[in-house]
Design a protein around this ligand. Sequence first.
Ligand SMILES: Cc1ncc(COP(=O)(O)O)c(C=O)c1O
Length: 461
Amino acid sequence: MPATADTHLDALVASISEARQATCTGITEPSSPQPLQSTLDTLAAVRGRGAFLPFIGTGQGWGPFVQCEDGSVKLDMVTGIGVHGFGHGDDTTLRIMLEAATQDTVMQGNLQCNADAVAFMSRLLEQACQGNSRLAHVFPCCSGAVANENALKVCMQKTGGAPRVLAFAHNFSGRTTTMSQISDSPGVRQGIALNLQVDYLPYEDPTDREGSLDRTMTALQQALSRYPGQHACVVLEPVQGEGGFNPATSAFLRPVLEAARAAGVPVLFDEVQTFGRTEQMFRQHVLGVEDLVDVLTVGKMSQVCATLYADDFNPAPGLLSGTFIGSTAGLRVGASFIERLASGGYYGSDGRIATLHEHFRTRGTAMMADLPAAFPEVAGAGGPIGLVGGCGGMMRLTPFGGDKAKVIELVKSCLDAGVLLFFCGHGPFHLRMLPPVGVLEQSHLDTAMDVIGNCIEAMVD
Ligand SMILES: Cc1ncc(COP(=O)(O)O)c(C=O)c1O
């Protein structure tokens, strides 16, 4: 019987996948760079600013390992700031991308989309709607900042154009003109005309949970009584990302969000960085506060970003649109990530992600005991235990008293030694990991922690 077009295509995809595996299987451990600057120099020239880390990928990698243009292989513990959840060279992803390459267009949009976009949206919504969630609709887009812009617009329309926003100190919402004003960091607002009024509330302080809840409730009541009916939403990250991997508890969030909603202020829950990474696919479910979430955003690990909202927040036509939803490959891979994450044993208190985090804490605590001179106590890091912090696949270490220059020096020396890391926080500064939780094994985490420990030790000597 002659092969159908589909089986022929399947056979071709399988043979490309095999050929590619053969080229990637050497990428299994960190190795040193060869001197090679050209693409980094070109990047600096064309962009007008050099790369923060001397990293240019070749487009090849294997699991958590990525190959660089200088010939080195790095253990990638940052994944493009939390994007490549299933690492590099993932075979399932490759096959989906090859199939996507046979489709008629590269990008899909709001005016005309294919079934891929509908499948992505349905899968995301199905997961987000679990428990007591009020979310009913989803609108995809191409960046986390735009997902937040859309979320803010939905909240503004719902509140009749309320001009103010409540946010938390050290928040990060992205870098559009408006999100730069909500993101609580001087650098992102530099030179931006401030046309949005933001009232900041203190985030939860893990060293004084009760006191911190009292302070936040007082600040909230003050803002609400000073500007009654003028807040479009309260914006929050359930684990602050750029601000330092600070997880809030439901004992803190529930009363704050209930009070905001009781005053008619909608809740905008930003899961752009937490999506997929903690002990459930959505942090709202880990905290059990999904009944209080009116609008929620995702990005990064979802591959395609999105704004989800309750039925009573569904905006009038014209408020949300845009040429692009995402690429066909992005939509298909995003849908497959959701499915794999949901069914792959990643979640729950003994799931893969929680187990990896526990291992990180064990190794981090041992490192602190081995290198006490490198881990002085730090105000604002959450006490001694806070020096090894974060949750799930958001892991942070706070050596050198959280000193910015030293933490950045450590990031650079770890990169030279083959491990790609980043930093977060506004002081104290932390060493930051957003590893590929979909494929990371404990042995990879051990390799990273060994390299980090050696580099810290070398800096202490
Ligand atoms: C919590 C949070 N919200 C929004 C954004 C903005 O996402 P993007 O960089 O895709 O615009 C980020 C990015 O780091 C983020 O961490």
